[in-house]
Each structure stands twice: as C-alpha cells, then as structure tokens.
Design a protein around this ligand. Sequence first.
Ligand code: BTN
Length: 332
Amino acid sequence: MRKRILELLRASGAEPVSGEEISRQLEVSRTAIWKHIQTLKNEGYEIESVPKKGYILREAPDKLFPQEITSRLKTKWLGHSICYQDSVDSTNNVAKAIANGGCENGLMVVAEEQCSGKGRLSRGWISPYAKGIWFSVVLKPPFLPQEASKCTLLAAVSVVKTINKLKGVQAAIKWPNDVLLNGRKLVGILTEMNAEFGHINYVVIGTGVNTNGQKEDYPEEVRDLAVSVADVAQEPFTRVELLVDILKNMEDLYEDVLEHGFAPVLDEWRKYSCTLGQEVKVIAPDETYFGKALDIDEEGLLIVQREDGRIDKVVAGDVSIRPAAAKNGAYQ
Ligand code: BTN
C-alpha cells in the first residue's frame, strides 16, 4: 500500500495529490491513507500536507526500503522478494537461514548495517550504517557445485559494469572477487553454497559496495585500504539506483549464462580485470610463490605461470593474490 502511495506522489511531482484521490485510486478509506502517510513520515519521507489540496512528496530518505527498490526495479525476478533489515549480523547469514527454510530463486536480503559482516578467508567486512550497499541474493543455479565460484565472477562483473557508468569511476576486478579502485577496495563479494553431491541447493551471493563511507567510518587498520564510490564519482548517485542497476546486470548475465554458458561472462570479466598480465604473489595455505597471471580458465580458475615456468591453476578460496609489488609490502 505504501509503495503505491509513493508511486502516486512521485508521479504527481510538485503537484499535490488529495487524500480523496489517493483513497479512490487505492480503494481504501482516507483515514487509512492518513495513517500510511504518518508511517511514511516516521520512516523519514518528507511529505508536505498542503491544506485543502493534498500531499506532496518533497524528499525520500536515503534508505534501501523495499518500496524504494521495487518501485524502480527493472528485473523480471531477481530481487522481487526482499527481506529488508535495518541492522543484521550478516545479510549472508540471514539469506542462508531463509533459504534453508525454503525460498524462491532471486530472493534478496538487504540491510543498512551489518554488525558482523563476513569477508573471504574468515575475515570480516566493515559495513557502516547507510554508508554502503550490503546485500545478498539467493540463486538456485543448475550448475555443478564445483562451478559455484562462477557466480562470484558474474556478481563482480555486474557490479563493475554498474558503477563504472558513473562519471569518474573506473573500478577493476582483482581475481576472483575484489573490485578495486586506485588499488583500494571498493567492493567485496562472498559466495556461500549449500549443496549435495552433484547438486546445488542454493548459492548466496553476498555483495558489499562501499558507497559513501568516509575514512572515519572505518577502523584505523583498514582506513587506507578502503575507498568509496563517493570518493571518486563526479556525478550524484543514490544507493537505491545503484542497487537496482546491479540487480538488472546480474539477472541479465545470469540468464545469459543459462542460455549460452559462461564464456560471455568470462570475456567481460577479462575486460574489467586488473589481475591478468600482472606479476602476482600467490599465498596458498601450504606455500607462497610468485608468478604471472596469464588468464582464467572456463571454470574461473586463475592460470598462473610460476617463475620457474610451471603453470598452475589457482582455486579461489584457497589463496590470496597480491601484486608482485607486495614483495615490498604493498597491498592491492
Ligand atoms: C571479501 O572481500 O572478503 C568479501 C566481502 C563480502 C561482503 C558482503 S557485504 C554483504 C554480504 N554479507 C556479508 O556478511 N558479507 C557479504
């Protein structure tokens, strides 16, 4: 109901819409409309009541409310079912709990803040309130479990395609799933899977995009490693607009994969990669070595030529990759 009220107010722009008109269109009483307007005001919507004329929507809060998302959504199924939370431990955890109880393909969990955001390799992910887009989607792909990492590549391409449309933003993908800008981390993606032998029950793709974070929003130890879209964008953007565009790109790429396989996504991934062609340091659980990142194979594994000429295929999740400059302690 509130989504439809907002749609009517938005469509009318600076012209007031009377309570009577809204109640006629939505077929509910004027008292009910008044109550919904009060709730919207409490949620942070600036709605002006013009005596004898009606309501004007002056400003929407910078929140990722479901009604803000669904009224802009361009997807056919991804993100149509939304679990919105003000604050959670981790959107991935919430998404997994929902998926374990049964949910449809494409459900999204989104939060303003994560108190225990999770990163790869048991690291954390700092997710300050309304300073980023912290969301997880549940997909049920007909792939084999060993192909699930491809979902991460797909998500990385979707995000970079979206944010690089903003003037001034030129992000790149560091294999397999980091999106970097000027060598600093802009986006992180954590894919988790629930599978049985030969069958994926679901994957949860959790994505964190730093949109508006400032240095002081991060603990000192990661302050110099993080960057946000607002640091570089030369045009205004809103989190909700970025989110709906990411979802659209994700759905398009996913459908492309189902129809044509992974080759087109891998090609796009290569286009945005800042890893390929670079000297890298591979930090595996049992050894650390230097080499050159040559390509990714059709499974999304990184092909690395060691300094002694041997070719390795590196599995995401097992290793950390640093540019060879990390020989001198630099981070990327
Ligand atoms: C990484 O780079 O290590 C991955 C970071 C992934 C962060 C996102 S934010 C939304 C989702 N929920 C989480 O707890 N983690 C992912």
